[in-house]
Design a binder for this molecule. Structure first.
Ligand SMILES: [Zn+2]
Length: 479
């Protein structure tokens, strides 16, 4: 097994603050990072997230807001970071593509790719969607519109640009995807990319019609194409060019998690860029589906945008995390609603987990139970439980949580059958029943840590001393 783990999320574009749909992916990445930390130790895990800040859309949004681009992107980046913090996302670095060390990395990658003979000047005419900051082929449009931005405009653009010889990597990419079954997950997404790879053509990687970007090293009238710039953040994040030791420890990335709309750039453009720059390729690209609200796409124009922090105010970070992880399938589109979040909170957290913890604590308190506390509490619990670990290795967060909830149900049943409340204090059976219950709760808390970190901590605190006492309910019912 690997002795380090480097995971990245998509970096969010700063035209607006992230919503619950973006947070879905961040929470999933956070579970994997936390899970690996309990196995590998904190110092061997690196978790990167952040904001993608250059490009025409950000420049236009800043103009509209009447402030400079740099002020505007800082404002959105700060607010994105707050949204992630509200959900206890345990990133090691929150990168901004306007960070100085990132600019240097973009220039270096550009120069390496150019030195390899893979960048040339040319002229491009294409169908451009500003929403995607990307060109489309006619046959990819739906009724002449972008498939992701049906209300946006598709413009015919002709520009003098620098091109990347993407087509030189067609065979390499097809072979790499076929030879590395873990490269794209789930596998049907790999098939989509193999299809797409057949039609790869060279693409422009610079723009001339705006200035908000990293200038092309040899031509200051052009800025680097936003994808070519943004993808390199994964290198910057672990110290490429800046901290050799850190970079050599963590690169290549173990998992890039990203939305299905960003797949082709990660599965086909990014590996080609790295190959051209003579840098090792990432191991796995995990593709997440989209989140809908009440069956509808989340969008500003539909007016159904929900910020994570607003849900956290009502249901707590763990209440929101729980729903997102238990009642969705990360690789597919999933549906949420506030009604469903509330229902899951009351039934699974308030009644299920919360009641069990309160019940066992009360039994321990009433019978004056003392537990033997190990002298050297290693505090890092190894979470290697078959079923649970298996589910996590396949990114089935819902199954891993179902595994924990089976333990919760079983412990409830055990207590009902053994009726410890009917046994007198000092009875040896009472002691063994409570010892079993406390042991199970400690294991449940350890298994919950990657998913519900606040709750797991509270339970561990409550059940670690010699004497166990009742405390306030973990999840007060919400009506
Ligand atoms: Zn678009």
């Amino acid at each position: 097994m690997n002795n380090k783990f480097y995971i990245t999320t998509a970096i969010d574009y700063v035209n607006d603050t992230i919503h619950i749909g973006h947070a879905f992916q961040k929470v999933a990445a956070d579970v994997l990072a936390r899970y690996q930390r309990t196995i590998l130790g904190k110092e061997n895990v690196f978790f990167l997230t952040g904001t993608d800040e250059y490009g025409k859309k950000a420049e236009q949004a800043a103009d509209k807001a009447g402030i400079s681009s740099s002020e505007f992107v800082k404002k959105i980046s700060d607010s994105d970071q707050k949204e992630q913090d509200a959900l206890n996302i345990s990133y090691d670095r929150f990168i901004r593509t306007t960070d100085k060390d990132h600019t240097k990395v973009v220039e270096e990658i550009w120069n390496r790719v150019k030195d390899a003979g893979k960048i040339y000047p040319g002229e491009y005419t294409g169908l451009y969607c500003e929403g995607c900051e990307a060109y489309y082929n006619q046959n990819e449009l739906v009724d002449g519109k972008c498939p992701i931005h049906p209300n946006g405009e598709i413009k015919k653009v002709t520009e003098k640009n620098y091109f990347f010889k993407w087509s030189d990597y067609k065979d390499f990419l097809i072979k790499h995807i076929k030879d590395n079954k873990d490269f794209i997950f789930p596998s049907y997404r790999a098939n989509e990319m193999l299809e797409f790879a057949k039609n790869i053509t060279d693409i422009p990687i610079s723009r001339k019609d705006f200035t908000w970007g990293v200038p092309v090293p040899e031509d200051k009238e052009q800025v680097v194409y936003v994808w070519f710039d943004a993808l390199a953040n994964y290198l910057t994040g672990v110290g490429f060019l800046k901290d050799k030791k850190l970079f050599e420890k963590f690169w290549p990335a173990d998992i890039h998690i990203l939305g299905k709309d960003n797949l082709r750039w990660h599965a086909l453009l990014w590996p080609a860029m790295l190959k051209a720059a003579n840098i090792e390729l990432p191991k796995t690209i995990l593709v997440n589906g989209f989140l809908n609200i009440n069956g509808q796409k989340i969008s500003k124009s539909l007016g159904n945008v929900i910020r994570p922090s607003d849900l956290v105010k009502k249901y707590g970070a763990d209440g929101v995390r729980y729903y997102l992880l238990r009642y969705t399938n990360i690789t597919e589109d999933s549906d949420i609603s506030e009604e469903k979040i509330k229902q899951a909170y009351n039934s699974d957290l308030a009644n299920g987990l919360g009641n069990l913890i309160a019940r066992v604590a009360k039994l321990c308190e009433n019978s004056n139970y003392s537990q033997r506390v190990p002298e050297n509490d290693t505090s890092v619990h190894l979470i290697e439980v078959e079923g649970y670990s298996q589910a996590l290795s396949e990114f089935k967060f819902n199954d891993a949580l179902a595994f924990v909830w089976t333990k919760i149900t079983n412990l409830d049943k055990y207590i009902n059958e053994e009726k410890p409340w009917a046994l007198s204090t000092g009875n040896s059976k009472l002691k063994s029943v409570l010892a079993h219950a406390v042991d199970q709760i400690q294991e449940i808390a350890a298994l919950l840590e990657p998913f519900l970190p606040e709750t797991a901590n509270k339970i561990e605190e409550q059940f670690k001393g010699e004497k166990i006492k009742s405390s306030a309910p973990l999840f007060p019912r919400i009506n």
